[in-house]
Design a protein around this ligand. Structure first.
Ligand code: ATP
Length: 357
């Protein structure tokens, strides 16, 4: 069932179009990430769903009801926004109890619910500690507990982990995801970190200049991006300008021809086309291997070996490729070494080039 629907939602600030005619359905119980570069309109879109911002035009429906102009405090959504920080003069328990107090929940029920929530975020021993004495990660957990205290039907998170260091951030990503799945609460989270979106989301909404560039499951978007912008934003990729002959072959920069598998979304033949191949799909072979089709001669110009994984940059005369492998898969790789880079045709995706600015 779809709980939240946005129809042609637009928000202008003066002449600037922050959000431009966005249509979206958010399925019940899922975690959806709004992902995109700075200024693409993610926060503005989330704020309109929260009721902290009013659309210039368009409508927002929740559970069958038009909420476009309903004030934020009447929406009953849980929110973790940077602008809605924890109350510094209160303890952990007081912060978590705050929404319950606002709703005039009975005292004993408040106490029970707060204890339950502190258990959930694994901070039951810190109930009486002032929030100013918590670590960043603990504070974020309290903010989430406060946001879900009154059992909202929708949880809205705006870059909830941006202030945390990398390790804590990854731990919190897992925690939020597990909590969200356990509670089955429909959640929308804004992030500009594609790894975070890939890790946490059921669905990613990639945004570009106020519009939706693509919506889909993380791996579907990674494997089949609709445009150069999306391909470039989601994950690492080799993106090469090519010409397509309309018959399963492309000419690479420098003139070599390779074959590509036909897919449902083939662009028309022509020149404004890019070939996308992910680094993990580039196979590095010894130069002495046979020169089969789709194998390109090149030279290793850079190696990033971090033990568990290895990334090699290969100069193929006319363009460079990045190949992701492991030290075990490609032992003995050295700088300046001649190699063959194989681009399997099934892993070569053709996409439309990004429109010139
Ligand atoms: P970030 O990741 O940097 O937070 P974002 O994708 O969340 O970016 P928004 O904050 O939604 O982007 O902003 C989208 C555009 O709208 C930007 O160009 C921004 O400058 C503009 N904008 C946002 N809020 C306002 C405002 N209150 N007044 C004027 N312009 C605004």
């Amino acid at each position: 069932m779809t709980h939240l629907t946005l129809q042609a939602v637009t928000r202008r600030f003066g002449a600037a179009q922050a959000v431009d005619s966005v249509d979206l359905s958010v399925p019940d119980g899922k975690l959806v990430c709004f992902l995109g570069p700075s200024g693409c309109g993610k926060t503005t879109l989330l704020r309109m769903i929260a009721g902290l911002e009013t659309p210039t035009s368009g409508s927002i429906h929740f559970a069958g009801r038009d909420i476009t102009r309903l004030p934020a405090n009447q929406r009953d959504f849980g929110m973790v926004f940077q602008s809605l920080a924890l109350f510094p003069h209160m303890t952990v328990a007081q912060n978590v109890a705050y929404p319950l107090k606002l709703r005039k929940t009975a005292r004993d029920q408040q106490t029970r619910r707060v204890a339950e929530l502190l258990e959930l975020i694994q901070l039951p021993h810190m109930a009486n500690r002032p929030v100013t004495q918590l670590s960043g990660g603990q504070r974020q957990r309290v903010a989430i507990a406060r946001a879900i205290a009154s059992q909202p039907k929708l949880l809205l998170l705006d870059e909830p982990l941006s202030a945390l260091d990398a390790k804590l951030r990854e731990a919190m990503q897992m925690e939020i995801r597990l909590l969200q799945q356990r509670l089955g609460i429909t959640t929308i989270m804004v992030t500009h970190d594609q790894r975070e979106a890939m890790t946490m989301a059921d669905e990613i909404v990639v945004m570009e200049k106020g519009r939706i560039a693509q919506v889909g499951k993380p791996l579907d978007i990674y494997r089949d991006p609709v445009s150069e912008f999306v391909a470039d934003f989601i994950g690492l990729g080799n993106i090469l300008p090519v010409t397509y002959d309309g018959a399963g072959g492309v000419n690479l920069p420098g003139g070599r021809r390779i074959s590509v598998a036909q897919t449902a979304r083939m662009p028309a033949s022509g020149s404004d086309i890019r070939l996308l191949i992910r680094p993990e799909d580039v196979c590095v072979k010894p130069a002495s291997d046979s020169a089969a089709p789709n194998r390109l001669a090149g030279t290793v110009t850079f190696i990033r070996d971090v033990g568990a994984s290895l990334e090699a940059t290969i100069d193929c005369a006319g363009f460079t490729l990045t190949a992701a492998t492991t030290p075990r898969e490609t032992p003995g790789l050295t700088l300046g070494m001649p190699v063959l880079a194989e681009l399997p045709s099934h892993a070569c995706k053709l996409i439309a080039a990004r429109a010139a600015h």
